[in-house]
Structures are given as structure tokens and as C-alpha cells.
Design a protein around this ligand. Structure first.
Ligand code: WQD
Length: 333
């Protein structure tokens, strides 16, 4: 039976996507180098779905090892998550990000071309839109200069894929994520930031858990209703379900490459999110306001209508549940 290869499939979004693929009886093969996750996530996925995960500890940059997986497994489609993803870290380690994210994609494309893989879903990001003032953002918004090396690797990834599809029959779908948050309702899988979290929600939950002393909200002097940044927070399970739709679309549509924004279409401020977290979890969070963080976009949220109209997908989970599930997950750690 043909299988879907999920690179980075034991990571945060990857593991939730494997669950949703198994929920629709897809045969899944996972490769992960465990740089940003732990092996026990495979067992947790199996606890949720009742189905074993075929796993190979492989770094996608190790082309011979990746080829062995393609040789052994009948891979019809790939979902490519395996990449570094911290905007702030990428500014400190730009070369490591180019090496891992761009070379990893090139290594994968070598296998996709050699084994004539039918479809590839690429994990892209709203960071490709740069510091835009035009929210809600559609997929037609010009791709300008990224504001971080992480964003640059996603722009380069999309450009390489656009060119690649001219020379093979692989159908490609690029998914531009907004801000993934929350955790599976089982609280068996979720975001596992190693070290000090750079993203908002893990910092919020770790502050609530007493692991961090205090949350600093980076700037409350922006030109927004409450002065804090605005983002489009999307539950990771909604995001995962979009990948199942994207795999189906990639294999059934005539277009060689297509792009979708994955967000709720609703902008919410950092302050609103923190207050929602406090309300739904009935707790008081220790937070303060500090200076702006370099590289932050003032406000960005998705126009998600294309994914709704073309993929037949839209988000179902509201912010309250995002915050509730994030806290439930943190309390298991
Ligand atoms: C969100 C907001 C911060 C931490 C993320 C991913 C990126 C991409 C887009 C997928 C900002 C504020 C944060 C803190 C704070 N997603 N904040 N205090 O920068 O929007 O980017 O989404 O590809 O990969 O990183 O997310 O969670 O870092 O910040 O005030 O301690 O929260 O200023 O306004 P960001 P983030």
C-alpha cells in the first residue's frame, strides 16, 4: 500500500499531522533526527490512534540514509516538516538555518526525483510576507525580503520548489502557517520547546507552571487597539487536518504547485491571548510589558478563504480551547 512519508514527524506539528493521517487510515512512515523531539512521541501517537508508527531515525540532510527509506518503503507522497523554526535563533545562527533547512529540502528533492514521488506538501510560513501592513493577507501578497534567516529559508524553499516542478511530475503544495498553538485533547502530544521558549504560548504556560518567573510582553506601544502585536493563532490540530486535505489535493489537482495560508482569518492581540489564557484556566499570570522585540511584525493575520474554497478546510477550534489545551499539556510535563 502506498505510504505518506512525514519528515520531522515526531515534532510538534508533525506528530499532530501523523495522528490525523492515521485517523483517516493513511499508511504513514516517519523520519526524524530527534534534534527537537523525543522518541517516546511515537508511542504517544500510537496510544492516541491505536496504530503503530513506522519510524526511521534519519536526518533529511543524510541523503544516502534518506534514499534507503525510499528504497524500502513505497512512498507516494511526502509532507516535509523537518527544519529549524525559531525566528530569533535563526538570527543568531543563520548558516545553520541555511544548511539544515535548504540543504535538507535539496536532499529530499533528490529522492523525490529519483523515486518519482507523486506529491510533496511543504511546511512554509507567514514569515515569507515580511513586515507587511496589509492584513488580512492573501496568498497573492508580494513575497518581499524576509525579516529573518528562518523566513529566508522558507522563501528559498518555495522558489526551489516552484522551479523543481518544471522538471518533474511531482505535485507540490506549500502551506504558509500563521501561529500554531495548543495541543491534542489527549494531552499526550504537544509543543516541547527545548530550552527557553522563544514562542509566546510555551512561555505563557511555563510561566503559569512556575518554570519561568515572569512573561514579558514585547512592546505595548504599537499602533494597534491595545498597543500589543496582533497575530493569527491557529490550533495545531486544525493545522494538522489541513495537511490531510493538502495531500489529497496535491494528488488530485492538475496544478503543479499551489500555495495556501493556514490561519483562522482572525487577528488577536498578545494581550487578548494572555487574558484569554488567564480566564479559561482560572489563573493569574505574572506578566509585564517590556521593549519591542527586534524583527517582530506589528500585526499580521490570514485571509484564509482560499484554503476554505479550494481545500474545503477551515479552522474549527477557538482561542479558548487553544489556551485550555496548551495548559492541559503543560501540566503533564
Ligand atoms: C508571537 C507574539 C511576540 C514571546 C511564529 C513562529 C514562526 C511562524 C510565525 C510558522 C509576538 C510576542 C513572544 C514572549 C511576547 N510560524 N511574544 N513575549 O514571532 O509571530 O512567529 O509564527 O512558521 O515560525 O515563530 O511567534 O510566538 O515568537 O511571537 O510578547 O515571551 O508574541 O512579540 O508579538 P512569531 P512568537
Amino acid at each position: 500500500m502506498s505510504k505518506i512519508l512525514v519528515t520531522g514527524g515526531l515534532g510538534y506539528i508533525g506528530s499532530h499531522t501523523v495522528v490525523e493521517l492515521q485517523n483517516v487510515n493513511a499508511e504513514v512512515v516517519v523520519v526524524d533526527n530527534l534534534a527537537n523531539t523525543t522518541l517516546d512521541v511515537a508511542g504517544r501517537i500510537q496510544k492516541i490512534t491505536g496504530k503503530p508508527v513506522t519510524f526511521y531515525q534519519v536526518d533529511v540532510c543524510d541523503t544516502p540514509a534518506l534514499e534507503e527509506v525510499f528504497e524500502k518503503e513505497d512512498i507516494s507522497g511526502v509532507i516535509h516538516f523537518a527544519a529549524y523554526k525559531a525566528v530569533g535563533e535563526s538570527v543568531e545562527k543563520p548558516v545553520a538555518y541555511y544548511q539544515n533547512n535548504v540543504s535538507g529540502l535539496i536532499s529530499l528533492l533528490h529522492c523525490v526525483k529519483k523515486y518519482k514521488t507523486k506529491s510533496l506538501v511543504f511546511s512554509s510560513s507567514c514569515t515569507v510576507y515580511g513586515d507587511t501592513k496589509e492584513s488580512p493577507i492573501t496568498e497573492n501578497h508580494p513575497i518581499v525580503e524576509a525579516i529573518s534567516p528562518y523566513g529566508t529559508t522558507k522563501i528559498l524553499g518555495e522558489e526551489i520548489l516552484t522551479d523543481f516542478t518544471k522538471f518533474c511530475d511531482t505535485k507540490v503544495v506549500c502551506l504558509r502557517y500563521f501561529n500554531p498553538v495548543g495541543a491534542h485533547k489527549s494531552a499526550l502530544i504537544g509543543e516541547l520547546p527545548l530550552g527557553v521558549p522563544s514562542n509566546l504560548i510555551p512561555y505563557v504556560t511555563q510561566t503559569a507552571a512556575g518554570i519561568r518567573e515572569q512573561l514579558t510582553i514585547f512592546g505595548n506601544d504599537y499602533d494597534t487597539p491595545d498597543g500589543t502585536n496582533i497575530r493569527d493563532f491557529i490550533h495545531v490540530v486544525d493545522l494538522a487536518k489541513a495537511h490531510v486535505k493538502a495531500v489529497d489535493y496535491a494528488t488530485s489537482n492538475p496544478i503543479s504547485l499551489d500555495v495556501f495560508n493556514l490561519g483562522t482569518g482572525v487577528g488577536q492581540s498578545v494581550k487578548e491571548v494572555v487574558e484569554t489564557f488567564e480566564r479559561v484556566n482560572d489563573l493569574k499570570l505574572n506578566y509585564t510589558y517590556g521593549p519591542r522585540r527586534q524583527g517582530d511584525v506589528e500585526q499580521i493575520w490570514a485571509d484564509a478563504s482560499k484554503a476554505k474554497n479550494v481545500l474545503g478546510w477551515e479552522t474549527e477550534i477557538e482561542l479558548d480551547e487553544m489556551m485550555r489545551s496548551a495548559w492541559a499539556w503543560q501540566q503533564t510535563l
